[in-house]
Design a protein around this ligand. Structure first.
Ligand code: HEC
Ligand code: HEC
Length: 173
């Protein structure tokens, strides 16, 4: 290896370390080959604009559920937000983006694309989501009382506070 590339690799590694990413697999020594969110609690100084505007059509998704880059993609495509127009005024969008980037900066989740072309990433289509819910049938997610896999709060009462404790899960009838 030439000196220049050693320096480049060292630079890249420290840049990744600064952004909170790790090159090592984050597998918790329990043979999980996927990364799952760990810091889910919503910060107490969360943006009020975010709380209000991002819960206008669905539950409020805690920032720790997606990596910063996925939130950036969300905020860049609000005019085509899963078939809805969710644009706000530029100042509000900037405040929300700043908050989401700050609040998700510490997680090490990969950016996973939605299976629907042109859509920003979904929480409900990540590998960790599939794994955690492999015992929940499609029929249960489809129940009227549940309202689909993206409506976490139907089964995780305190989801909007970032509490997904499996002891508290309850699937409504
Ligand atoms: C005008 C309505 C509307 C507003 C406002 C809105 N959304 Fe959405 N959002 C939707 C719809 C519709 C979906 C798709 C829901 C589904 O497929 O069940 C969605 C889905 C999502 C998902 C993916 C859920 C999944 O499947 O994992 C995320 C993340 C999300 N929205 C974030 C936001 C954020 C952040 C804001 C605030 C900037 C916001 N939304 C504001 C309508 C809206
Ligand atoms: C139909 C009900 C239902 C919906 C909707 C649902 N979940 Fe779950 N969730 C469950 C069940 C059941 C488990 C498994 C609990 C267990 O392991 O005993 C679970 C487990 C989890 C876990 C792991 C908890 C732990 O302590 O290991 C996380 C994190 C999670 N869900 C997040 C979400 C998110 C985020 C959403 C929405 C995007 C969501 N869930 C939607 C039922 C649901």
């Amino acid at each position: 290896m030439k000196i220049a590339s050693i320096v480049a690799v060292a630079g890249l590694t420290s840049a990744l370390a600064l952004t909170g990413f790790s090159l090592a697999d984050d597998n918790d020594h329990d043979h999980q080959s996927y990364k799952r969110p760990k810091r889910l609690a919503v910060p107490s100084d969360a943006s009020l604009v975010w709380k209000e505007e991002c819960a206008a059509c669905h539950m409020l998704y805690p920032p720790g559920l997606l990596p910063a880059e996925a939130w950036r993609q969300q905020m860049q495509t609000l005019d085509e937000h899963y078939g809805s127009n969710a644009t706000l005024d530029p100042e509000q969008e900037r405040e929300i983006l700043d908050f989401l980037l700050r609040a998700s900066a510490g997680n090490r989740l990969p950016v996973e694309r939605s299976s629907t072309a042109g859509e920003p990433p979904r929480i409900s289509q990540t590998r960790w989501f599939e794994r955690k819910h492999d015992e929940v049938s499609e029929a249960k997610f489809a129940r009227e009382s549940v309202g689909g896999r993206a409506n976490c709060v139907a089964c995780h009462r305190d989801a909007e506070r970032g509490d997904f404790d499996d002891d508290k899960v309850k699937i409504p009838r």
